[in-house]
Design a binder for this molecule. Structure first.
Ligand SMILES: CC(C)(COP(=O)(O)OP(=O)(O)OC[C@H]1O[C@@H](n2cnc3c(N)ncnc32)[C@H](O)[C@@H]1OP(=O)(O)O)[C@@H](O)C(=O)NCCC(=O)NCCS
Length: 414
C-alpha cells in the first residue's frame, strides 16, 4: 500500500510549480487526475520540444504517474462534469493566473459548497498585496523574492539561479500544505484552502539573507568577500561563492579547469579541521602563525587563503580531492555537471535518477522522487498522453456509458 492511496486529486495545474506538487502526491500513491484543455492541453507539452509532435521533456518530467482527461471547464457540459469531479475528489490543485478559476465560476466558496471536505490548493505569484493580480514565472519570483539581489558577484548584475526554486520550491510547499490539510481533515472532517505564493517560497529559501540584512546594522558582514576592502551598502549584497553559514567556503579550480568548465570543487575551511587542511596544502607554517592560526585572524584574508588552497587543488582532479579531504574531515563537494549526475550509478540505484519508457518518445531520463519513504516506495511511471484517460475517468468516476461519453464528446466538452 502507498502512503496516499485512496486520496484523489483533481489536478488543474500546468507549467511547472503546480505539476511538481501533484507529481509528488502521485508518487506517494494519490490518484492524480490531470484536467487539460481539449486540443492543446498543458502548454508545456509543446514547449522546448526536442522531437517533433512528441510531448516535450519539460512536460514528461513533471507529470509522471498521473491520468489525463481533457475537459473544457468553460462549456456548460464541461462544468457539469467538473462539478462531479469536485464532488468525488479530496484535493483540487491549481496554479492558474489569479482569478482564472473564479472566472470559470468556481470560487473557493462555490467549491466548498460542492464538496465541504475538499482541500483547495493554489500557487500564485504573490500573496495579497500590490502585485496579487500579476502573472508570474520562475525568474520573476526569483527577482521579487530576494534571490536575484543576493546572488552573483559584487561587481556583477543580480543573477537568477538555474535551480527552479520558485516553481519546484513552491510546488514542494504546496504538497506539504495539502498533506497537512488532509491530516487536519481527519479530525475536523472539513477541507480548507491552501495558498502558496512563489514570492513567499523564494523568500523562505533566502532566509539567511534576511538574517544578514539585520546583521548589517551592527557592522560589516565579515564572511562576505566585500570584507575588509570592499564597501557595504544598505542592503544585503551579493556574496559570490561565499558560504551562507558561519564557516568560510569558496569554489576553487581543480586539475583540468582550463578545458573542463566544471573542474571545480567547493571547499569549506571550517575551524575544526583547519590544521589538516593547512598541512595537506603545504602550509604547515600557518599552524604556529598568529596571522593565520585563528578563524578571526583569517577572516580579513579569506581571498588569500582560498588562493593558497587553490594552488593545491589545481594539482589534483575534483574527485581526487574529494578522496583526500573527506578523511581529513574537510567538507568539500565537486562541482558535478548534469552529464556526470545523469551517469552516476548510485543515483540510479536509489531511484533519484530514473529511466522511463514513453510510447512516442522512447526512453528518457528523469529525476525520481527525492523523498524516500521506507513503507511507500515510489515507482515512476510515464506521463499520460493528452486525454489518454478521458473515457476511463468518465466511466469510472462519473459512471457514464458509451453513448453518454459519445454525446459529451460531440458537444466539445471533452
Ligand atoms: C503561469 C502563468 C503565468 C501562465 O499564464 P497563461 O498561460 O496566460 O495561463 P492562465 O493561467 O492565465 O490560463 C489561461 C486561460 O486558460 C483557461 N483554461 C485553462 N484550462 C482550461 C480548461 N480545461 N478549460 C477551459 N479553459 C481553461 C483559464 O481559465 C484561463 O482563462 P481566462 O484567461 O479566461 O481566465 C499563470 O498561470 C500564473 O501566473 N500562474 C500562477 C503562478 C504560477 O504558478 N507560475 C508558475 C508557472 S511554472
Amino acid at each position: 500500500m502507498k502512503a496516499l492511496e485512496g486520496v484523489r486529486v483533481l489536478d488543474m495545474t500546468h507549467v511547472q510549480s503546480g505539476p511538481t506538487c501533484t507529481q509528488l502526491l502521485a508518487w506517494f500513491g494519490a490518484d492524480v487526475i490531470k484536467v487539460e484543455r481539449p486540443g492543446s492541453g498543458d502548454a508545456t507539452r509543446g514547449q522546448l520540444r526536442d522531437i517533433p509532435d512528441v510531448d516535450s521533456l519539460y512536460f514528461t518530467m513533471l507529470n509522471h504517474n498521473k491520468r489525463s482527461i481533457t475537459l473544457n471547464t468553460k462549456a456548460e457540459k464541461g462544468k457539469e462534469i467538473f462539478i462531479k469531479l469536485i464532488e468525488s475528489c479530496d484535493v483540487l490543485a491549481e496554479n492558474f493566473a489569479p482569478g482564472a478559476l473564479d472566472r470559470m465560476g468556481f470560487s473557493w466558496e462555490r467549491i466548498q459548497e460542492i464538496n465541504p471536505r475538499i482541500i483547495y490548493a493554489s500557487v500564485k505569484g504573490f500573496g495579497p498585496g500590490p502585485y496579487q493580480d500579476c502573472k508570474v514565472y520562475e525568474n520573476v519570483a526569483q527577482c521579487t523574492g530576494g534571490e536575484a539581489s543576493t546572488t552573483g558577484f559584487d561587481d556583477g548584475p543580480p543573477t537568477v539561479t538555474g535551480a527552479q526554486i520558485a516553481d519546484s520550491g513552491t510546488g514542494l510547499n504546496m504538497a506539504l500544505g495539502i498533506v497537512t490539510a488532509l491530516f487536519q481533515r481527519e479530525t475536523t472532517g472539513r477541507g480548507q484552502r491552501v495558498e502558496c505564493a512563489m514570492q513567499d517560497g523564494v523568500l523562505n529559501l533566502c532566509r539567511v539573507k534576511l538574517r544578514d540584512q539585520q546583521r548589517l546594522a551592527h557592522g560589516p558582514l565579515t564572511e562576505y568577500p566585500q570584507y575588509p576592502h570592499g564597501k557595504f551598502g544598505e542592503a544585503t549584497p551579493r556574496a559570490g561563492n561565499a558560504s551562507g553559514g558561519g564557516q568560510p567556503g569558496w569554489v576553487v579550480k581543480c586539475k583540468g579547469w582550463d578545458t573542463d568548465p566544471d573542474s571545480y570543487i567547493y571547499v569549506i575551511a571550517q575551524a575544526a579541521s583547519f590544521d589538516q587542511l593547512a598541512r595537506i596544502i603545504g602550509h604547515e607554517d600557518w599552524l604556529e602563525d598568529p596571522e593565520w592560526n585563528t578563524p578571526k585572524a583569517r577572516l580579513p584574508k579569506l581571498d588569500q587563503m582560498f588562493d593558497e588552497i587553490e594552488k593545491w587543488t589545481m594539482t589534483r582532479t575534483k574527485f581526487e580531492i574529494m578522496e583526500i579531504l573527506n578523511p581529513l574531515n574537510v567538507p568539500c563537494g565537486p562541482v558535478l555537471s548534469m552529464k556526470e549526475l545523469a551517469e552516476e550509478p548510485s543515483l540510479r540505484e536509489t531511484g533519484t535518477v530514473v529511466e522511463v519508457d514513453h510510447p512516442t518518445r522512447g526512453k528518457y531520463l528523469t529525476v525520481g522522487n527525492p523523498i524516500k519513504l521506507s513503507d511507500s516506495a515510489t515507482t515512476v511511471t510515464r506521463s499520460p498522453l493528452l486525454g489518454e484517460h478521458t473515457d476511463e475517468i468518465l466511466r469510472e468516476i462519473l459512471g457514464l456509458g458509451d453513448d453518454q461519453i459519445e454525446s459529451v464528446r460531440n458537444e466539445g466538452a471533452v
